[in-house]
Ligand binder design. Sequence first.
Ligand code: PDD
Length: 284
Amino acid sequence: MRTVYLNGEYVAENAAKVSVFDRGFTFADAIYEVTAVLQGKLLDFDLHAARLRRSLKEIAIALPIDDEALHAIHQQLIARNELYEGLIYLQVTRGVEDRSFAMPAPEVTPTLVLYTQQKHIVASPLAQQGMKIISLPDLRWGRCDIKTTQLLYACLAKEQARQQGADDAWLLKEGLITEGTSNNAFIVTAEGAVVTRELSRLLLPGITRGSLIKLIHEQGMRLEERSFTLEEVKNAAEAFITSSTSFVYPVINVDGAAVGDGKPGPLTQHIRQLYIDRAMALTA
Ligand code: PDD
């Protein structure tokens, strides 16, 4: 059984209980982060901590615990749960108060929960096979740059993909791809340029996205941060997604049509390997 961190205590997972009046439960009034663990070490903790602070600030939750203490909790959970590869999930809610749309009294303190999940990130079947995706309208709220736990539309979209025999969905707003349900979307053009949408309120500033862009620049490869259409995806040489729990996965099919030759693209595989090498070096 795993050990979970809840509000200052390490408890067995079946003993970790949160109030029915928690605003995370009633309003999805909560922020989360997912940080990869590789070789028993955290990947890019500082970047995740910085994004957490930004998300909390945007919805005005004051978390009375600093990054050093948060880091120590992550480390404790890795040790206590003997996690070698997988992720740490962190959630901060605005806290517990009788249901009311009005913001709670200042003395209400945030709820903080962290737990681990094992996952094969490097030796992943989807990385070998590639993913099939469908396109769906992006019906999410207007602040997708904040990492809130309001993920109902992402769950519904993933389920629709599954029912259509696909692995995931890419979301479309005004004819342009915003991102995947839980990942950032990339294409490789016939000319060999890697393209991903520029940051705005319509998509999450993915940590993997950011690190990968840096890596691509360092390698002297062509990268364009701009919006792209579904048509461009269908005509792309390659496509892929990025996230902390997948790193880089090839996309081989969109709405039933092959992307490129319908196999994981060579540039995508090269980029995935570069990313894994970087991650391994950082966690060695
Ligand atoms: N999801 N876009 C969305 C909507 C996401 O939910 C995520 C991450 C990303 C990629 O961000 P990053 O590279 O920082 O993981 C993009 C996490 C993994 C999740 O919800 O489990």
